[in-house]
Design a protein around this ligand. Structure first.
Ligand SMILES: [Zn+2]
Length: 167
């Protein structure tokens, strides 16, 4: 049996699966591994939705020329709408095709570094934050590699050691 979904339905289902995966991961991990949500003084969870890349940094490029940054933003907007509909509190790192770097950054490298630092800063300054960073990775050299990739904070790593890295 085949079920054909329209583009909107696909994104809605994808966003729902993403939320359910994140919720499942957070429930399966021991409490110390999800300290950012468990140890918040208010106990309130805030979903920080990060649409990866943006502006000059388009990220990966699909075979049809589509930029990853635009796909990430489309998914992030739908995820945000879904979470708000479910009564959750959300924050988005960006809501349009921009980089959120400081005005003092001039080179692309500086802009990417500043952008990443500002995203991490938003997460670290949000009590009860659960970060969902959306990316579309590409690995054309490996035909066997496909599907969803989920990463989570390593158990025992304190929140204060969350840092950004860019090369
Ligand atoms: Zn990416």
């Amino acid at each position: 049996m085949f079920i054909v979904f329209g583009k909107k339905a696909f994104y809605a289902i994808f966003a729902l699966l993403l939320v359910l995966t994140a919720a499942t991961v957070s429930l399966l991990l021991p409490p110390e591994a999800v300290e950012t949500s468990v140890s918040a003084p208010t106990g309130k969870t805030v979903w920080v939705i990060d649409a990866g890349h943006g502006g000059e940094d388009g990220g990966a490029v699909a075979a049809d020329g589509s930029k990853e940054s635009n796909m990430n933003l489309a998914i992030a907007r739908r995820l945000d709408a879904l979470l708000v509909f479910l009564g959750e509190e959300t924050r988005m790192t960006r809501t349009e095709d921009i980089s959120i770097h400081d005005a003092s950054a001039s080179t692309l490298r500086e802009k990417k570094r500043s952008d990443l630092e500002n995203r991490v800063g938003l997460v670290n300054s949000t009590q009860g934050a659960i970060l969902v960073s959306i990316h579309q990775n590409s690995l054309p050299s490996s035909k066997q590699t496909h599907g969803a990739q989920v990463t989570a904070k390593k158990r025992g790593v304190p929140r204060s050691r969350m840092r950004c890295s860019s090369r």
